[in-house]
Design a protein around this ligand. Sequence first.
Ligand code: MRU
Length: 302
Amino acid sequence: MVVRGAPAIGVTAAYGCCLALREAVEQDDWKSALAENLDKLERARPTAVNLSWAVRLMRALHEELGEVRAQDLAKAWFARAKQLHAEDIETNRRMGAFGAELIEDGDTVMTHCNAGALATAGHGTALGVIYSAVEQGKKIKVIANETRPFLQGARLTAYELHKAGVPVTVACDNACALLMKRGMVQKVVVGADRIAANGDAVNKIGTFGVALLAKHFGIPFYVAAPLSTIDRDTPTGDDIPIEDRTPREVTHVGDTQITPDGVPVYNFAFDPTPAELIHGVITEKGVLREPYGASIKKAFDG
Ligand code: MRU
């Protein structure tokens, strides 16, 4: 959790491959050591697909280069990692431009978890949409759900929006229904850790509930994510592995234990939001709409 947020994990994984190689060359059989290191890196977090996406790109580049010396591979990988890093910022900017068109002057936008500059190489996915709308001169307010148990909303989203001068209010996750009922939310924009081929989007635990409530109150619910987060090999959201994190995040707040000894807890880190609850998926190729199977295919082919 030092590096978190799907696109940031992807870019860091690309640089991680360079470090994995640096470590492997200390071994007699550097190629086997490298393969082991890359497997380990790929297994670090199971849900965010950008991790395996980045490692796969680096593996493919290695294959393309054929029988290559370790120092030449290191140069090629580092250049590719820097390119992926720059491309992520550019992609977020493009997503921001498309997404900002969906936001109206005066809107209050709810977001869940942190999908901002701190979760990407810069600008952000969901928050990128907000920053771009603000750059267009729109007066936007944001409600950041606190995002139990790791509190990415309260700690990271609130921090970066406040620092950027965007009005932000933190709300408990369980205030969502009341805020929506009172007409205090006009749009919801969230990021994603992995989007399945049918458009189901896996994001931070609690996102599914926010989407259901948005549907109930007739509030548009958008997902902002780059094509690198779309996993066309996974048919539906239910096929995406959900990270099961340490119970301590739930049993403790800081160093204080809040649950009785011996009581087990659930700490699933993500949940899948079904495609039918999503008004649009904001990507660097434009806003994808239902039927997502077809629009996703078009975005990749076009
Ligand atoms: O567990 P995290 O903090 O890595 O989870 C991050 C999220 O769920 C984000 O909303 C998602 O990765 C989108 S990041 C642009």
